[in-house]
Design a protein around this ligand. Structure first.
Ligand code: LLP
Length: 414
């Protein structure tokens, strides 16, 4: 959040007053800081220093072309989970040869296209997927680079919806089965075994689950070596959890150094999303009404769960700050809610703040999994997105119009 300072009582994005951006682009609005994105990415880069590595930004966290382009210019690779994300990367100037393709449900056409384009590696999540990649590669007469995603069965100690490395989760294959898949893969002339991959979950704020997973993967790599299967890279999955509300989290540099110290000469791939863009975005929404019921006070804003789903879906906490406090504000403990017809439509609960109708509220640390999870529920056009750098700003996604929302729909003719 260091790139969102208060200057003369007004919240700024880098050097631009948020109030000016709201006047210019309208409400509600996602605002991103380029400097914050770049410095978050550089922290990973510096931690790896000379060790062979590939930082594959996880596109799902924020797939706006401007974000991808900023990262591509820094030399980033990308972690994609659909052919759509791969096309975004290419459109934004990213290098497909620096992309890993994850996800449990890759279709035949996705495998074909990705093979045709030429990606760095497929992260394979099941035996059926392995068979599919073999048969598509065979039919195209090409060799597919692969890793098997192992499920190391460690508790990431995060929200159950975003924990992925436990036996009961749908992701990856257990270590025993992975060994069998590696020997099958090694025998196929259409595959090139490149790596081992795991991803145990997101918003992880303690280093021990990462290290437990690493140790299990390294044991497996030693076992593979004893069977003559050579592994070139280890993909350690997503990045670290971020500070949403004075959250104590992991120090990137010491985590990566610990990893480097254990992996010998292996190239390391990391797929951070949240820790690159999370702190780089705010969502600003206008107060339409203040409503004080007998035992609850509501701030009704023009942004809603369709714009920012994390509070409704995960009970996630985002700080809510008044962009520029007005003199006639009412001090109270408020729930900040949107106009969507769902009780679950809230952006923040029980926040003490001084607020007036017409003010703007900024929800912070919403650069990740926020716009990318937005929808048109209640026929609400999605918000515009703006990128700020120093004292410059530009629109990076136009606000949707209502007509756009149903332009692909048809009425019956009779
Ligand atoms: N790699 C894989 C295979 C993943 O599934 C994910 C995230 C990442 C990398 C990036 O992880 P990160 O560095 O961002 O922790 N919508 C949820 C988060 C879902 C995460 C899904 N996978 C949220 O809003 O908290």
């Amino acid at each position: 959040m260091k790139n969102f300072p208060f200057i003369n009582g007004i919240l700024h994005a880098e050097s631009v007053a948020v109030t000016d951006l709201m006047e210019h682009y309208g409400s509600p609005l996602y605002i991103y800081s380029r400097a914050e994105i770049e410095s978050n990415w550089q922290q990973y880069k510096q931690a790896f220093s000379e060790h062979p590595h590939l930082i594959c930004y996880s596109v799902k966290s924020n797939s706006n072309l401007a974000v991808l382009n900023i990262l591509a210019k820094l030399g980033s690779g990308f972690d994609v989970v659909s052919i759509g994300e791969l096309h975004r990367v290419i459109s934004a100037g990213g290098d497909p040869a620096r992309c890993v393709f994850s996800g449990v449900g890759k279709t035949v056409s996705e495998v074909q296209e990705a093979l045709g384009i030429g990606i760095y590696c497929f992260n394979i999540e099941s035996e059926s997927e392995l068979d599919r990649v073999i048969s598509v590669a065979e039919s195209m007469g090409v060799t597919a680079p692969i890793s098997i995603r192992v499920n190391p069965d460690v508790d990431a100690k995060t929200h159950p919806y975003i924990s992925t490395g436990l036996k009961e989760n749908k992701f990856g294959v257990d270590i025993e089965s992975a060994l069998d898949l590696y020997s099958k893969a090694e025998k196929s002339s259409s595959l090139k075994v490149c790596g081992v991959d795991y991803h145990i979950g997101s918003q992880i704020t303690e280093v021990s689950p990462f290290m437990d997973a690493l140790d299990k993967a390294l044991d497996m790599i030693r076992q593979l070596a004893s069977e003559g299967i050579k592994i070139e890279h280890l993909d350690i999955g997503g990045g670290i959890g971020i500070d949403y509300d004075n959250t104590q989290t992991i120090d990137i540099s010491s985590y990566i150094k610990d990893v480097i110290n254990r992996v010998d000469g292996l190239e390391i791939i990391v797929e951070p999303g949240r820790s690159i863009v999370g702190s780089a975005g705010i969502f600003v929404t206008k107060v339409e009404y203040l409503k004080q019921n007998s035992n609850k006070s509501f701030v009704i804003v023009d942004g809603a769960m369709n714009d920012l789903l994390r509070p409704s879906l995960y009970n996630a906490h985002h700080n809510a700050i008044v962009v520029h406090e007005s003199e006639n504000g009412i001090s109270e403990t408020w729930d900040i809610v949107g106009p969507v017809c769902e009780t679950g439509d809230f952006l923040a609960k029980d926040r003490y703040m001084t607020i007036a109708e017409g003010d703007y509220i900024a929800l912070t640390s919403v650069g990740a999994y926020s716009f990318s999870m937005s929808s048109n529920y209640n026929t609400r056009p999605r918000a515009a997105e703006v990128m700020v750098w120093e004292n410059n700003h530009t629109i990076v996604r136009e606000r949707e119009t209502i007509a756009e929302l149903y332009k692909n729909e048809k009425v019956l003719n009779d």
